[in-house]
Design a protein. Structure first.
Lengths: 346, 388
């Protein structure tokens, strides 16, 4: 059965505290608590979606013994590709020694482009068009200074090598729920995204995740208690806990994959990183339920069963090791690293 | 002057109704009321629509004719008039409908109220609402409505020892009532602790001291009392319809712990109905903030000036209390689509007087009052209704 052969993660080491952002904008310190985001990751001045994707891809290749030349497809999902025209996926492919006999493309579907890439690879592998496909979700997401998004918009990514042989986790079923819902967008040439405020909640995030999750459970005939772990897209620390509760999942099932309180919302990296954190600690036969969400809007759901092979792969570096390796920076440094300030003449 | 009766009521659910437009809401409430009254659209002689700011909220003015068209009233070319007095638009629209029937000009009149507020961001909605204050002397200096009512609350605390706990008690009571109202925006109970520990909006008003931004519409059908039995077995008579005004800016008032427009309109209404405050069985008052309910029950004469907080604390205003206030959940829990509010209050009172309010029914309710305020008290409409 098609599944995950290997996976790798990367989270930049810089962190800014929600309190520090609140201090600069004269906001109440309770804003971080309100969002459930206490620190968020910040990419260094030389980091972007290409470097984050390469790091995650390299970590995935390090864990297994697959020859990169056997990879037939590379897809990178992000809403912060460094180039508007010029793929990130080709950079990743060459950096890990894959290609040139492969297909590659960049994906964009707000925060679920990474899981869409996984689905594409599943299709190509399952139809025997390729042996292995590499799907990456990674972002250096943008939040306008002073906007509510600034407290959560973070950076990070995870890569999944999809194949049929030696899978460490079988993907039993995937199901998606998609509508045209304008809750969050960024038009060509705009530096920061716009969003519909409270409209991003109930009619967007909750509607799509609930429908996707229920649709998936129905189609495979499972119930929340059949799963050891669950991960939902995490735009903040509150929504995934609430949606989990609404579906009947417990905090114990959710907590392993819930990273947003410590690293913020990594957008296309969000659900993939949560899933990677779960795989880091999962044991054979553990069942995992994962549902992403991308504004615009849609959700991809996955029913996953961990296999014995997970015991054979190299576990390092773990998602938690990236979270632990952190350095707090102040708002001024953050502004410089995020290129919100420019030197004269630049 | 002829006596006037309410023969039909209709209301939508209140809340963040993302998939319903201003037009949808109006049609839904309007058709429910027409159905409730058992009339056909051919019977309708005139329409009055209360709406505060469709221009700023959905970029549409001239909505009375639009509503007439949407509800199928175009062929008869009836007069359709929009009424605007900020958050009192609904109550004032009711008064215009009442006057047109009482005067003998029209027989069957539709009074609607609607506001579609969630198509804009909360900051734009706050700006739109601030236009109910004095743009030159209040809004220009950064004043918002939570800020104005926070000053009223602070002064009330200073003068009369009103406490934050007493304010919270109003919110807890109205959420409890809202939990029994299937059309309410919020149908969840809250605790005193939750109310007191909520995010601060404008000291001393926390999140639960403020009514929400809601979408919703409500409709009433009026006719001369002498014809009411043609349409319904349970007509409700409007025994008073009063309106008063005051300075638009809060700082121009002599005493910000009272609303002189409320006092003037209430006095007039009691006189018209030949009733006293203690005759009122229930009241829907304008609790845009918890402090507003406290000030209102004082100004309406239900309790002595300064005792409003204590009344909330002691449960006087609960559904089973001596003077039930806001059994619908009030603006706090039922929701506050500003232009619809005054009409929605009347829908609740009529429902109560008919004995059809279900779990939130006030026992033996025969006389009910609505109190609808515009801005920080520059407009007030008071109506009294009685079982026939």
């Amino acid at each position: 059965m098609v599944g995950i052969v290997s996976y790798g993660a990367y989270v930049p080491r810089y962190r800014i505290e929600a309190n520090e952002i609140a201090r600069v904008w004269g906001k109440d310190e309770s804003i971080g608590k309100g969002l459930g985001v206490f620190t968020k990751s910040v990419p260094g001045p030389d980091e972007d979606v290409a470097t984050i994707s390469v790091e995650a891809a390299r970590n995935a290749m390090k864990k297994c013994s697959v020859n990169p030349s056997e990879i037939g497809a590379v897809y990178v999902g992000s809403e912060s590709h460094p180039y508007a025209v010029k793929p990130t996926a080709t950079i990743v492919a060459e950096a890990i020694g894959a290609g040139p006999h492969l297909t590659a493309a960049d994906y964009e579907f707000a925060c679920k482009a990474g899981t869409a890439a996984i689905q594409t690879c599943m299709g190509l592998v399952d139809s025997n068009m390729i042996k292995y496909g590499l799907a990456i979700g990674s972002d250096t997401s943008q939040g306008a200074p002073g906007d509510a998004l600034e407290y959560s918009a973070a950076a990070g990514g995870a890569a999944f090598l999809i194949g049929k042989e030696n899978v460490i986790a079988e993907i039993n079923k995937t199901y998606s729920f998609t509508t045209d819902t304008p809750d969050f967008w960024r038009r060509e040439g705009e530096k920061y995204p716009s969003h519909g405020g409270r409209f991003t909640g109930e009619p967007a995030y909750f509607k799509h995740i609930m429908n996707c999750a229920k649709g998936l459970l129905e189609r495979i005939g499972t119930k929340p208690s059949d799963y050891k772990y669950a991960v939902f897209h995490q735009p903040n620390g509150k929504f995934p806990v609430k949606v989990g509760k609404m579906l009947g999942f417990t905090n114990d099932q959710i907590k392993t994959g819930l990273l947003t309180p410590r690293i913020g919302n990594t957008y296309s990296g969000s659900t993939p990183l949560g899933l990677a954190a779960i795989l880091d600690v999962a044991s054979p036969n553990d069942r995992i339920f994962a549902v992403s969400y991308g504004s615009g809007a849609g959700s991809d759901g996955f029913d996953i069963t961990v296999t014995e092979k997970i015991m054979e792969i190299n576990g390092n570096p773990t998602v938690e090791s990236f979270i632990a390796d952190s350095k707090i920076i102040d708002y001024a440094t953050y502004v410089r690293y995020r290129k919100k300030l420019h030197l004269g003449g630049e | 002057m002829r006596d006037v009766a309410v023969i039909g009521v209709g209301i939508t659910k209140f809340g963040e109704l993302w998939d319903k437009s201003l037009r949808d809401l109006t049609v839904e409430a309007g058709l429910k009321a027409i159905q409730d009254a058992g009339i056909s659209s051919d019977d309708i002689d005139a329409l009055y629509g209360g709406n505060m700011s469709s221009g700023l909220f959905v970029n549409q003015e001239h909505i009375a004719a639009m509503i007439a068209e949407a509800t199928g009233l175009t062929e008869k070319h009836i007069p359709a008039t929009r009424v605007e007095d900020a958050c009192a638009s609904g109550g004032v629209a009711l008064r215009h409908g009442y006057m047109s029937v009482a005067s003998g000009i029209h027989d069957i009149v539709v009074v609607g109220g609607v506001e579609k507020m969630t198509d804009v961001s909360p900051s734009l909605a706050t700006d739109a609402l601030a236009t109910a204050g004095d743009q030159e002397w209040e809004a220009f200096f950064g004043m918002t409505f939570p800020g104005l009512y926070a000053m009223i609350a602070r002064r009330h605390m200073h003068e009369y020892g009103t406490t934050k706990e007493q304010l919270a008690k109003v919110a807890v009571k109205n959420h409890h009532n809202g939990s029994m109202n299937p059309n309410a925006h919020f149908q969840n109970e809250i605790s005193i602790e939750e109310a007191l520990s909520a995010t601060m909006i404008a000291e001393p008003l926390g999140l639960f001291d403020c009514s929400p931004i809601s979408d919703g519409a409500a409709t009433l059908i009026l006719c001369p009392l002498e014809r009411a039995k043609e349409f319904t077995d349970k007509p409700v008579k409007i025994v008073a319809s009063a309106q008063a005004s005051d300075t638009i800016a809060l700082h121009s008032r002599n005493d910000i712990c009272r609303m002189d427009a409320t006092i003037a309109a209430a006095n007039l209404a009691y006189k018209q109905a030949n009733l006293r405050p203690k005759d009122i069985d229930l009241a829907e008052v304008h609790d845009c903030f918890t402090i507003t309910e406290i000030v209102a029950i004082e100004d309406l004469g239900f309790v002595k000036k300064g005792d409003g907080g204590k009344a909330a604390e002691e449960g006087l205003t609960q559904i089973d209390g001596k003077m039930p206030v806001n059994p619908s959940g009030g603006l706090k829990a039922k929701g506050h689509p500003v232009g619809a509010t005054g009409v929605a209050q009347a829908v609740e009172v009529v429902t109560q007087l008919r004995g059809e309010a279900g779990k939130r029914q006030v026992k033996d309710a025969e006389i009910g009052m609505t109190h609808n305020v515009g801005g920080s008290g520059a407009t007030c409409a008071v109506h009294i209704f009685e079982v026939v």
